[in-house]
Design a protein. Structure first.
Length: 373
């Protein structure tokens, strides 16, 4: 069932709700189709726009299973979610019956719960991937029933059964990996600000003010690229105009590989997928962890980068434009320091993550097949 038997290998990837969950799944799917072009990949996720738009862009087949969140929700929302579970489980089971996958891989998000459970009931090989240093609620619950647990950050293995656990890193899409071997661009530094993810409104308001207050200390020719998300785009563009700072501002940049290629220093939250991209590309970073992330996992993610010498971390609580501006100035004016941080960042990278996870999935399918013979 791996492309050499009676039919091509079939993989279901389940998860979503954020790009941080979905993009690692897309990376594994790309690795599979590169290795076995005849294979079939189907995503089972949510009906959120971030999922449908990304999958449409990459051309993957997809299904939707209804599922709500539990953690951090009010009583009414929790009751609604629990009442929805049997219907979600039935929808997931029916979809798996129709697809007939060899393996189901969960990449995070609440939708993975009913899909992985349905796969287990159907006797299908299963695995989950945990991107963050501290596992999310869904993965902690599912870890007991899956065949494999793939983790991204050293130390997070302690939350899972050792015999199931594999330290793989966080899978990266082909277009990001393709940049990894390219030399850095010469010329004045480029500051890339990623304020378009969950909870980044504070970054969006802080950065124009920080740069305005330190305009005279910035190097000549500095380029600013700021991704804002839809809600803040107009406000941020206006703030840069008031500050007298030239900046390329957009809600989202569809070609992130092009934007990353230009960046000398990145300011970002500390989501696991973004950090995996920064390490693969060897980028120096200023990280401001999202303070309301589940179990404060973004702070732990950022600490791994700081301890590795790849980043500076600023805590949002009490963070001022003055402190942010000083940190930016200290780095954009010191190319050797940035280069050293970039080299340290690259040492933390695991660019082979997608291939490693795919290899494990193919081996699981073989093991299940042989056990049925």
């Amino acid at each position: 069932m791996t492309g050499q038997g009676a039919r091509p290998f079939s993989l279901v990837i389940t998860g979503g709700g954020t790009g941080g969950h979905l993009f690692p799944g897309i990376a594994v799917a790309q690795a599979l189709l590169t290795k076995q072009p005849e294979a079939r990949v189907v995503f089972i996720g949510t009906n959120r726009a971030v999922d449908s738009q990304a999958l449409l862009r990459y051309g993957f087949e997809s299904r939707v299973v209804p599922c709500g969140a539990l953690k951090g929700k009010g009583l009414l929302a929790k009751v609604k979610t629990l009442a929805q579970l049997p219907w979600g489980l039935w929808r997931a089971w029916r979809a798996l019956r129709q697809i007939g996958p060899d393996v189901v891989l969960g990449v995070g998000g609440y939708v993975t719960g009913p899909v992985i459970l349905a796969a287990k009931l159907a006797g299908i090989a299963t695995g989950i991937h945990e991107q963050n240093s501290i596992p999310g609620l869904t993965n902690r619950k599912l870890a007991g029933i899956v065949d494999r647990v793939f983790v991204s950050i050293p130390g997070s293995e302690r939350y899972f059964e050792a015999s199931k656990c594999r330290l793989t890193g966080n899978p990266l899409r082909h277009e990001i990996l393709a940049l990894a071997g390219q030399p850095s661009l010469d010329g004045p530094p480029t500051l890339l600000i990623l304020g378009g993810s969950q909870g980044a409104h504070r970054l969006n308001t802080l950065l124009p003010e920080a740069l305005r207050g330190h305009k005279e200390a910035l190097p000549p020719g500095l380029t600013v690229i700021h991704q804002t998300g839809v809600a803040d785009e107009a406000t941020v563009r206006a703030a840069y105009q008031v500050a007298g700072v030239e900046a390329e501002v957009a809600a989202f940049f569809p070609d992130m590989a092009r934007v990353y290629a230009r960046a000398s220093l990145v300011i970002s939250r500390a989501g696991a997928t973004t950090l995996a991209e920064l390490t693969a590309l060897g980028k120096a970073a200023i990280l401001v962890p999202y303070p309301f992330a589940a179990d404060d996992h973004q702070r732990q993610n950022a600490l791994a980068m700081v301890e590795g010498g790849a980043a500076r971390m600023l805590v949002e609580e009490g963070l001022t434009a003055q402190a942010m501006g000083q940190t930016i100035v200290s780095l954009v004016n010191d190319q050797p320091l940035r280069q050293g941080m970039g080299q340290a960042s690259r040492r933390l990278a695991r660019p082979e993550a997608a291939e490693t996870i795919l290899g494990e999935c193919l081996a699981l399918a073989q093991a299940i097949t042989h056990s049925h013979v």
